[in-house]
Write a new protein. Sequence first.
Lengths: 310, 310
Amino acid sequence: MSAPSLPGRVLVREVGPRDGFQNEPEVVPTDDKVRLIDALARTGLRRIEVTSFVRADVIPQLADAAEVLRRIDVPDGVAVSVLVPNERGLDAALALRDRFDEVSVFLSASETHNRHNVNRSVEASLDGLQRVLGRAREAGLRCEAVISTAFGCPYEGAVDEDRVLDIARRLVADGAQEIGFGDTTGMANPLGVGRFFTRAAQALGDDVQLTAHFHNTRGQGLANVLAALQAGCASLESSFGELGGCPFPPGATGNVATEDVVSMLHEMGIETGVDLAAVLEAARAVRDVLGRPLGSHTLTAGPVDWSGTA
Amino acid sequence: MSAPSLPGRVLVREVGPRDGFQNEPEVVPTDDKVRLIDALARTGLRRIEVTSFVRADVIPQLADAAEVLRRIDVPDGVAVSVLVPNERGLDAALALRDRFDEVSVFLSASETHNRHNVNRSVEASLDGLQRVLGRAREAGLRCEAVISTAFGCPYEGAVDEDRVLDIARRLVADGAQEIGFGDTTGMANPLGVGRFFTRAAQALGDDVQLTAHFHNTRGQGLANVLAALQAGCASLESSFGELGGCPFPPGATGNVATEDVVSMLHEMGIETGVDLAAVLEAARAVRDVLGRPLGSHTLTAGPVDWSGTA
């Protein structure tokens, strides 16, 4: 059997400062956020989602979005992205337009999850995002739209692939240049992931960047990454330290860890431009800030050492 | 791109009672071992490595090997295997010949690791195993030989694939019906694993069962399982609760978790004959016995629920 081919280079977007800090029970101090983002921005990661402009009474963990955006010091060549849920969030972000490069919007593929998450129907979300995407593109921002529960919904079970692809097509028509497919509660398996990304590439064409966002809920995170890469996907989202997702019950895991992803990619000869040792240093720093063990494996075990000097 | 094919059915050998309990800092009480093995033997797992006949002064954790073997109550159709390091171990096991079905022997592919582990050269190990395999086959036992550090050695770095395959060929010639390839310190990556199992199947032929034994040291355990399956491997070793390997530093992971492997296989439509809920019950029981969090993801998160009733 011939081995499936893999991309030679993969883009990794770090989402820990948004997805991770949003889901921590304690608010991470702004000083720590700024220090950690500045560190991540010097690891070779080319894209970092730094915060989200959401209602401070709903998500107090990210109430300092504007201050974070103002204070971070990110080198040229590193794209800063912010998540916005709606036009009000976009307005708040645009007040700091010169401080970021990309915007991400989101909705869920399943009605019930979308209602739980943003209290509206998928159709109403799409209508709202059409306006957000239009205005963001006018402002010269690169736009990603993330489709949550793309591989299964905890409330509805299976999610129809055709439905996910229809939503993706509409978001592209409305201005999204990148579609992220989120395995929000870790229901994806590699066989389904491979099939889905093969179909998505055919359905959405070469001009749209397809991004995979996996959680490591049942330990399959990197297996799903592998399946996505084999199906031609070359853009991933991950969190340093395996932050993100729901940190409860204790021990439950979040997004795939950036350092685990980068380690696997490098071991397979795939370029990322990322300095693994520097990401591990940032992951150690966030572990110190949070004061608890993190799910990341490479952070615990250290990188693979081929020097033979153990 | 066409998706690589996967086997329709995979054999899973549970090695937690040997590999897991051997590596626990505290000796697990014999009563608990017997109870847990009896539970595992009723989960649909068809093969269980229950203990090892080693020197009690070297590995006190398994000093009760004979008692465990005498006391377990395993249903027909479940193959009981024991690990033996040498002829003395085989002698001790053969005193209870009617209590088990399979024997596993082991050595390392790399000289330095083999010397650290069994204090002899690879050549001396092979000579000794020739006698063990010969006598075990005469006693009607099915024989597996495990090659450790098959994908990399912490002391020597890269391990030559040809060397691993040469060792495997010799073990087959000496009577091994199954060769296990161990990623002892979690250095394997999916690309290398896929290439290796493709070569191994060609080199060793259809009469030899090839078994993959991965650790989840850097989170790539299930990705390596996926790559092995894509390369035609249909036999895996795993440990309930993700026991095994070196449990230090705290949080470091062992073998891939049986429940994580079974969950992924079932989600991909691959049959194992295993009742995932029953394995999770056994994993909860061993967690209670050990009194510490375990690395298993599905044990923490629960199985994927497609009912949509979250």
